[in-house]
Write a protein that binds this ligand. Structure first.
Ligand SMILES: Nc1ncnc2c1ncn2[C@@H]1O[C@H](COP(=O)(O)OP(=O)(O)OP(=O)(O)O)[C@@H](O)[C@H]1O
Ligand SMILES: [Mg+2]
Length: 574
């Protein structure tokens, strides 16, 4: 037949280049990688038409002699590895010997280079993958690469390029990302007659973080440094308040290479956990330093992904370092060392009808002591807790703290308390139920009935004794005693879609969802009056929580207004 033929070299090169060079920013990335690998500490980039007309990059790195310049345009020609096993120890950004030939295949290319020790340098010209000329020339030490008319020989691809503004944005983003860990390198980008990016060399990353995140966020980043199982982790975390609906501000670096990684992203998300509202992503940077032999970086044509040999270990290390840093940093409690409050339950009274007020203080030794003077005495017993000022709109609790005013959302706070208690009780198989004196009769639709009927046993596991009474009627006999003030019918109606979506409500995320719904319905409401003892009790319980900063949906529980801010409001300070 003889149908199968080897492609002409220029076609093969075009195909290979298509994978590496997607747009002008890909060229900038490759050239920048090369300059960094060449040990440069000063790199200047200039672009025209968003890189579509011209990309010029000049570095003061080690340079190339004539022979190396010619070799650099050959495919699979590299100075960075020589044998298979070198792939296990890669410390450079490049290793494939693909970038320059790919750039050359789709543009007009000019490279001028001189190694520091040579008297003169060379200028090489090539276009569409073919060498045009190479001549001796005077040149500063280092390398300059000029790329013109990208895709001049493949007009179809050129059509896919976006506007100058978009391509410029991509280039700025690419340089900012790559440059972040290399703070010793001075970097500048010029385009359209102005300086687009100016990153001086410095001994810290703050300036570069400001470029990525903006100044306000950069100054409020928390940094953390840990080492676990041989993985070094350094991260800068923006407070959860700065979260956004896209995950494009999660910057991941592995051995200083900027990559995309689903696993690391997932563990970052888990680390932030319920501090984020659902559908929100944090803003953060994480640097992983890991033995190169425990990593495969040769898995993506543009080197933008890696594979970890022990992904579980990486997941766990990332998750725990972030979780710990956030827990230490964002707490409403100025750490007083006070830990000794006894755990008194809110004992809900026995229910007789739906609207029975269940939020009532019935703690042991404080039983029956309702009244202002006793209340205040009790509150003072709570050592070192902030002073209660009172309740605002029957919704927010106000406290006086050492450094300002603390506002607490009472519903969110109690939701957190109920949620964590339910979870703890469930994991120790200790969900306490409270029986109604008279079981509650509840009617459902035919479909709802069918769903409920199938899941009665699972509901019993989490503290609900629900019994089919005949037809579409059920009897609710008992409910978890942690839940108060619940409109049971509304609660069950919200539970039904969850039962439909989740086959097993007793594990993992499904259990979390169930507990979240339970906590939301079973917590103190906004608009509910609380006396000082109840407020103080809620505060004590919040202090015991693993995550006292956010409700299970991710809404914040507290806000602080510092004296400084208050004094600014009143112009006592300027
Ligand atoms: N700015 C530079 N300064 C000094 N040498 C350079 C420079 N750019 C390229 N080189 C040399 O040219 C070679 C080929 O570069 P190229 O980018 O094509 O491949 P690579 O960097 O080795 O691997 P990769 O394809 O992964 O980028 C490099 O290995 C390096 O020796
Ligand atoms: Mg390279």
């Amino acid at each position: 037949m003889g149908d199968i033929k080897i492609l002409p070299e220029n076609v093969a090169n075009q195909i290979a280049a298509g994978e590496v060079i997607e747009r002008p920013a890909s060229i900038v990335r490759e050239l920048l990688d090369n300059s960094i690998d060449a040990g440069a500490d000063r790199i200047d980039v200039k672009i025209e038409e968003g890189g579509k007309g011209l990309i010029r990059l000049r570095d003061n790195g080690r340079g190339m002699d004539k022979e190396d310049m010619l070799m650099a345009l050959e495919r699979h020609a590299t100075s960075k590895i020589t044998k298979m096993s070198d792939l296990l120890f890669i410390k450079t950004l490049g290793f494939r010997g693909e970038a320059l030939p790919s750039v050359c295949a789709v543009s007009r290319l000019e490279i001028t280079s001189r190694p520091g020790e040579s008297i003169s340098g060379y200028r090489l010209k090539a276009a569409g993958g073919k060498l045009v000329s190479i001549d001796e020339t005077g040149a500063p030490a280092g390398t300059a690469v000029e790329v013109k008319e990208i895709y001049f020989n493949t007009p179809a691809r050129r059509k896919f390029l976006r506007t100058e503004k978009t391509e410029t944005g991509q280039i700025i983003d690419t340089i900012s990302r790559i440059a972040l860990p290399f703070t010793n390198i001075q970097l500048r980008l010029d385009g359209a007659g102005k300086t687009l990016l100016n990153l001086p060399a410095s001994d810290n990353e703050l300036g570069r973080l400001s470029v990525l995140f903006g100044h306000d966020i950069a100054v409020s980043l928390i940094d953390t440094n840990t080492e676990k199982d041989g993985i070094k982790i350094r991260a800068y975390l923006a407070p959860p308040d700065f979260s956004r609906s896209r995950g494009d501000r999660i910057y991941i670096y592995v051995n200083n290479r900027n990559i995309r990684d689903k696993l690391v992203t997932r563990s970052v998300m888990e680390g932030y956990g319920q501090r984020l509202m659902s559908g929100q992503y944090p803003q953060m940077v994480i640097f992983l330093e890991i033995d190169p032999s425990l990593l495969d970086i040769n898995v993506h044509p543009a080197k933008q992904e890696v594979r970890f040999h022990n992904s579980r270990m990486v997941y766990q290390a990332v998750f725990s370092s972030i979780e710990r840093a956030l827990t230490e940093q964002f707490s409403p409690f100025s750490d007083t060392g006070y830990k000794g409050s006894e755990d008194i339950q809110y004992n809900a009274p026995v229910y007789t009808k739906m609207a029975e007020p269940a939020w009532e203080y019935l703690g042991k030794e404080r039983k029956g002591v309702i009244g202002d003077s006793v209340e205040n005495r009790q509150v003072n017993l709570v050592k070192e807790s902030p002073r209660i000022i009172g309740q605002l709109k029957d919704t927010y609790l106000l406290f006086e703290e050492k450094d300002g005013l603390l506002l607490v959302d009472q519903h969110a706070a109690h939701e957190r308390v109920v949620y964590e208690k339910l979870k703890k009780n469930y994991s120790s198989r200790d969900i306490q139920s409270q029986a109604f004196l008279i079981p509650m009769r509840l009617e459902f639709s035919l479909k709802e009935k069918r769903i409920l009927m199938e899941r009665l046993a699972q509901m019993a596991d989490v503290g609900f004794d629900l019994e089919h009474f005949g037809g579409n009627t059920f009897l609710l006999r008992s409910v978890p005693s942690l839940l108060i003030n619940v409109e049971w019918k509304t609660f069950l109606l919200e539970l039904i879609p969850l039962l439909e979506e989740e086959k097993d409500l007793t594990t993992g995320k499904a259990l979390d969802r169930l507990m979240t719904v339970m906590a939301c319905h079973g917590a103190i409401r906004a608009g509910q009056k609380l006396n000082n003892i109840e407020i103080s009790r809620l505060w004590e319980q919040l202090e015991q929580m693993d995550l006292p900063t956010n409700c299970p949906h991710g809404r914040p529980i507290f806000r602080k207004i510092s004296y400084y801010e208050i004094e600014k409001m009143f112009k006592r300070v300027v």
